[in-house]
Design a binder for this molecule. Structure first.
Ligand SMILES: [Zn+2]
Length: 248
């Protein structure tokens, strides 16, 4: 997805390490539209006896609430990332009811990746995440990092699905090399904007609402990973006629 390029730049500038969005191209022959990956972060943190999260450095899959309104407001991290319910008092964009959706970032090692240090990031919205949740459920209590996974792309653009299946015979815990890989911290990469910028975006959204320019809720909570490379420049961050997703 396009915005990830921008995150990648930010990541490189701040850490000196490259950032790689995961992608299965749709211009490959159909039977080649898959990848074999190992997920590097766990679905859940460890919990203590009281149910509190244990901060033991174990990487956990990160998810971030983003506000976004097609052609009106650039992707903006919600102030209330820990709350499934918007908290209007704390977030200007929640206050003006700008659509909010959860983006999930899954770090993986892609099999046959010639770069041994490369961690790729799968970004999923709500729809594709369901497939991952089903995958986790079907494997019952097995750890999502404990097996190689075949991800198959089916369809194009907004009709794309990603099928996740475990690869038999690859069950094992992460090895030392995998454990040593640097996993990008998405919460650091997509910081909350300054209050004044949030207010500005909230105002833009309200103005557009009044002018009835905003499409229905969640109009852009899509999961299409846009393969139009020509849109991939990140020259500006302003909404424009052909809106791009800029996640921070
Ligand atoms: Zn919000």
């Amino acid at each position: 997805m396009r915005g990830l390029k921008k995150i990648g730049k930010f990541h490189e500038e701040n850490t000196g390490l490259p950032y790689h969005p995961f992608k299965i191209k749709d211009d490959l022959p159909k039977d080649k539209q898959f990848a074999k990956v190992r997920v590097l972060a766990h679905a859940e943190p460890d919990y203590d006896d009281e149910g509190g999260e244990i901060d033991n450095g174990k990487p956990v899959i990160q998810a971030i609430f983003m506000h976004q309104a097609f052609r009106v407001v650039n992707s903006t991290r919600c102030v209330n990332n820990d709350s499934a319910q918007p908290v209007p008092e704390e977030c200007p964009l929640c206050r003006v009811k700008c659509p909010r959706s959860l983006r999930t970032f899954i770090p993986v090692r892609v099999r046959n990746d010639e770069d041994e240090k490369r961690v790729q990031i799968i970004e999923y919205g709500r729809n594709h995440l369901t497939e991952v949740q089903n995958f986790i459920e079907e494997r019952e209590d097995a750890d999502i990092t404990g097996v190689d996974i075949k991800i198959k792309r089916i369809g194009k653009k907004k009709d794309t699905e990603y099928r996740w299946t475990p690869i038999l015979g690859t069950e094992r815990p992460l090895d030392e090399q995998e454990l040593a890989l640097e996993i990008p911290d998405m919460l650091a990469l997509i910081p909350v904007k300054e209050e004044s910028e949030l207010e500005k975006r909230a105002m833009e959204f309200e103005r557009a609402m009044k002018a009835k320019k905003v499409k229905g809720e969640d109009a852009d909570d899509d999961d299409d990973d846009d393969d139009n490379e020509e849109d991939d420049d990140d020259a500006d961050e302003k909404p424009r006629s052909k809106q791009r997703k800029v996640p921070f």
